[in-house]
Design a protein around this ligand. Structure first.
Ligand code: NAI
Ligand code: MG
Length: 364
């Protein structure tokens, strides 16, 4: 693979729309900053199913394993709701995460000052908020066996999923959280339900082990995940890095997302083990889905995907200064009052289109 290879997988719904703006940003970096990313593009999700009968071909999977980073738009949509579970668009995403072994999902929840009044919480509770949720991504209840829907032999059925974590799975994601914390507020809060789940007891013990043996200088606290959900709404600024399992992380990061105002602003990174070149395996994607309700109308906010590119520049391409440049541009655009519809209050008019937002970021 050439240096700085990036595989773009736009996917479905608004995925291709927001990715078109990302392409403009990548072109700008090439033209104006001399940063040449080796970009290739392929299908994922429903788009791949339509073309190949599978949400992710083996060829695309192999490509994803070779590149320095994958940038994915979003997958899914009502058109695919009736498909068999095994070929649903989401399966393409889950396969990428699983086979690339992207065990640490990093979701920043950062409140841009210009958007603080847009949060569902009071300005003083969210203004300046800057926390990161590290969600374990490749194990836990979404993958544990046994799973399935079985007959109970009395005319009813039983739905089964299994929460299962190994020592190694817990320790490696804990390390990701402590490493992040060292570069931030030096504080990790681990969340589980050790009061009612054995997997939670092991989680707590192993995170504590990693702390005591490898990161004693980082402040560690533990919280039951339900209490954590309350604290996230009551006083989110008490946190710096939160580390939690796949299921709780799914819920808590979506809740944290709403503290900052809009799904349309939230990037994420999913990181795995280091590759031969020392860079972690990585996939970047906006937190939002394919937004079928607004797809094809030029309404989507491209910032979450643009900020995902910024994370890729920082974590996969060692271009932290350029990442900051891009993030500052987004911040300036917001401060200047440019808003896609999702960032407007009731009664405000004339939202920027997806393309206008992308152009404004480039201008900034
Ligand atoms: P969603 O994130 O697609 O949309 C939720 C709401 O937020 C919608 O009202 C949507 O219009 C709005 N929204 C989302 N992104 C936006 C953006 N960039 N700009 C402006 N508004 C935005 O979640 P939903 O509706 O639950 O799922 C829709 C489809 O997406 C489903 O098929 C679902 O399976 C899939 N999905 C895919 C994900 C992924 O690819 N990572 C994640 C979540 C859902
Ligand atoms: Mg979710």
């Amino acid at each position: 693979m050439p240096d700085n290879s990036l595989l773009i997988l736009p996917g479905d719904g608004i995925g291709p729309e927001v990715m078109a703006e990302v392409r403009k940003v990548i072109d700008w970096f090439g033209d104006k900053r001399g940063i040449a990313l080796d970009v290739s593009e392929d299908l994922v999700g429903g788009a791949a199913y339509d073309a190949h009968g599978t949400p992710l071909t083996d060829a695309t999977m192999a490509k994803a394993q070779e590149v320095d980073a994958v940038l994915l738009g979003a997958v899914g949509g009502p058109k695919y709701d009736e498909l068999d579970f095994s070929v649903k668009p989401e399966r393409g995403l889950l396969r990428l995460r699983k086979e690339m072994d992207l065990y640490a999902n990093i979701r920043p929840a950062q409140c841009f000052d210009a958007l603080a009044d847009f949060s569902s919480l009071k300005r003083e509770i969210v203004a300046g908020l800057d926390i990161v949720i590290v969600r374990e991504l490749t194990s836990g209840i979404y993958f544990g066996e046994p799973r399935g829907i079985i007959d109970d032999n009395e005319g009813g059925r039983i739905g089964v999923n299994t929460q299962r974590y190994t020592t190694n799975e817990i320790r490696r994601v804990a390390r990701s959280a402590f490493e992040l914390a060292k570069r931030r507020g030096n504080k990790v809060c681990s969340m589980e339900k050790a009061n009612v789940m054995e997997s939670g007891i092991l989680w707590r013990e192993e995170v504590q082990w990693v702390h005591d043996n490898e990161y004693p200088e980082v402040e560690l606290s533990h919280m039951y995940a339900d209490a954590g959900a309350m604290q996230l709404c009551r006083n989110p600024k008490q946190f710096d890095v939160i580390v939690t399992d796949n299921l709780f992380g799914d819920l808590l990061s979506d809740a944290a997302a709403m503290l900052t105002g809009s799904l349309g602003m939230l990037p994420s990174a999913s990181l795995g083990a280091p590759m031969a070149n020392g860079r972690p395996k990585a996939m970047y994607e906006p937190v939002h889905g394919s937004a079928p309700d607004i797809a094809g109308q030029g309404k989507a906010n491209p910032c979450a995907c643009i900020l995902s590119l910024a994370m890729a520049l920082r974590y996969s391409f060692d271009l932290g200064d350029e990442a900051t440049r891009l993030e500052k541009a987004v911040e300036k655009v917001l401060a200047d009052g440019v808003r896609t519809a999702d960032l407007m209050q009731a009664g405000e008019r004339d939202p920027a289109t997806t393309a206008q937002m992308g152009d404004a970021v480039i201008a900034a």
